[in-house]
Design a binder for this molecule. Structure first.
Ligand code: NDP
Length: 487
């Protein structure tokens, strides 16, 4: 009789918790509005708590601007603008360098607060949001004395006073995208952060104070959607720069019709991430994961429509599912976390409702098994297969950790399906063939096309959309154009 093999318990090499301590972060209990160089009590606004989406606990109290507060901020920006524009370019760039250096000095604190207030993994805020925010200020500091080279050698002048509205998915980084080029070009700004994530913008206000930026050059006025709507309707602004949903973008466009106010819109997307059969498939799977699960999928250019060539679809979906099973969902302040908390209850409900629509329309849903914390807002990484191009989950922006898989047979079909969207923000192409990548990229209606990578951002590269993803570019020399009058 043979003896049964010895049963050994399987050793699981799990990560130990690696929480980033928020102990050294010193937030104020309550923040005023940053107007005319100082934090001020609201004139007709309110004060509201801002919540940690991972715990639903308040992090700090923040003043929200009312109409009189917005008027005061715009007036101070108007007063400050001629003096700021009259500074030599070298002096303006020194301020931008100083701001960049101060962001670097306070990088750890900014990363923790970004994760506390917004729910994103601290690994991302530490390695992506904060360094890129500093890089944008460094980049545009370098442009301040070369503006006319950025627009083909023509004479330039600043536009004037800019109203800038940013969303909650990259609060500090979007503030940097907006402020750095505006200031380099000699404009002043009134910036409205999103309702759910005002804190890092207010820490940036402290940095502006420390950099001794002249009063009024930048005002930071947290507020709700009504404050955003009122700001763009302020009569004494020259420029609106908005990042957010397509619906609000259209509302702003309508509000500005007939007024001499220039506008740039960076709106939603339903970007195609296209995997050809000749791609390095393991590498592609990493790119798919980064494309859709980075920042819980709260990314305007997220690769939310995954197009896979039919011959490798089963293999790629199998590998993707296996890789998804290893994603760590949970405490945003744990350095091993891959997927953090959903930014708000409203956003979670929006994701849930679109996911239910996907199931009702007949697509096959698979969400990874993971223990979600009891408090806070969470959504398990999810993949939909058997998706038809007309399904809502293939058409509408979910803005969560949910990827919809479609297949294609030929290159022409891939291009047709990728372009079959009202949006046109970004796309990814995975192939080993350089010529194919160039051919497909030039046929795609997308502002940014990545080859064999995804969600790669750089201050030197222009970012922006086609169709309902908006117009105007941010980043690089193209990002100067919206903030300059060119003669
Ligand atoms: P919004 O477009 O409502 O928010 C973006 C910014 O605009 C916020 O600062 C918001 O303030 C402000 N705002 C809201 N209403 C108005 C208005 N009428 N006029 C001027 N400014 C306004 O996006 P949501 O936060 O509601 O997200 C909804 C959907 O939009 C998401 O599910 C996602 O699909 C998409 N989205 C896309 C983003 C992108 O980067 N392209 C970013 C964020 C969202 P407040 O925060 O107070 O509402």
């Amino acid at each position: 009789m043979t003896t049964p093999p010895e049963v050994r318990s399987r050793i699981v090499w799990d990560y130990a918790p690696a929480p980033e301590s928020p102990d050294h972060v010193r937030l104020r209990d309550s923040y005023g509005l940053f107007v005319d160089g100082d934090f001020r009590d609201p004139l007709d606004g309110t004060r509201v708590p801002t919540l940690n989406p991972a715990t639903e606990e308040p992090v700090a109290e923040v003043a929200f601007a009312g109409p009189a507060d917005l008027r005061r901020a715009v007036e101070s920006a108007r007063r400050a603008q001629p003096g700021w524009a009259a500074l030599s370019a070298l002096e303006r760039s020194k301020y931008l360098f100083r701001i960049a250096r101060l962001i670097q000095e306070r990088a750890r604190e900014l990363a923790i607060v970004e994760s506390l207030d917004g729910g994103k993994p601290v690994r991302e805020s530490r390695d992506v949001d904060v360094p890129l925010a500093a890089a944008h200020f460094f980049h545009y500091a370098g442009w301040a004395d070369k503006l006319s080279y950025g627009v083909g050698g023509r004479a330039v002048a600043p536009v004037g006073v800019a109203a800038q509205i940013v969303p909650w998915n990259f609060p500090l980084l979007m503030a940097a995208w907006k402020l750095a080029p505006a200031l380099a070009c000699g404009n002043t700004s009134v910036l409205k952060p999103a309702e759910t994530t005002p804190l890092t913008a207010l820490l940036l206000a402290e940095i502006l104070q420390e950099a001794e930026l002249p009063p009024g050059v930048v005002s930071i006025v947290p507020g709700d959607g009504a404050a955003g709507a009122a700001l763009v309707r302020e009569p004494d602004i020259d420029k609106v720069a908005f990042t957010g949903s397509t619906g609000v973008g259209k509302d702003i466009q309508a509000a500005l019709a007939g007024r001499p106010v220039s506008l740039t819109l960076e709106l939603g997307g339903k970007s195609a991430n296209i995997v050809f059969e000749d791609a390095a498939l393991d590498q592609a799977v990493e790119g798919i994961v980064n494309g859709i699960f980075f920042n819980q999928g709260h990314v305007c250019c997220a690769g939310s429509r995954l197009l896979i060539q039919e011959s490798v679809a089963d293999t790629v979906i199998g590998k993707l599912w296996e890789r998804m099973g290893r994603l760590r969902v949970g405490d945003p302040l744990d350095k091993n976390t891959d997927v953090g908390a959903i930014n708000s209850r409203e956003q979670l409900e929006r994701i849930q409702s679109l996911v239910s629509a996907g199931e009702e329309e007949g697509a096959v849903r698979r969400s990874i098994a993971c223990e979600l914390p009891e408090r806070g807002w969470w959504f398990a990484p999810t993949v939909f297969t058997e998706v038809a191009p007309a399904h809502r989950i293939a058409v509408e922006e979910i803005f969560g950790p949910v990827v919809s898989v479609l297949t294609f047979r030929t290159q022409a079909e891939a291009i047709e399906k990728a372009n079959n969207s009202t949006y046109g923000l970004a796309a990814g192409i995975w192939t080993d063939k350089g010529a194919k990548a160039f051919e497909v990229a030039s046929a795609l209606q997308a502002g940014v096309v990545w080859q064999n990578t995804y969600n790669h951002f750089d201050p030197t590269a222009a970012f922006g959309g086609y169709k309902e993803s908006g117009f105007g570019r941010e980043g690089g020399p193209a990002g100067l154009r919206p903030y300059l009058r060119v003669t």
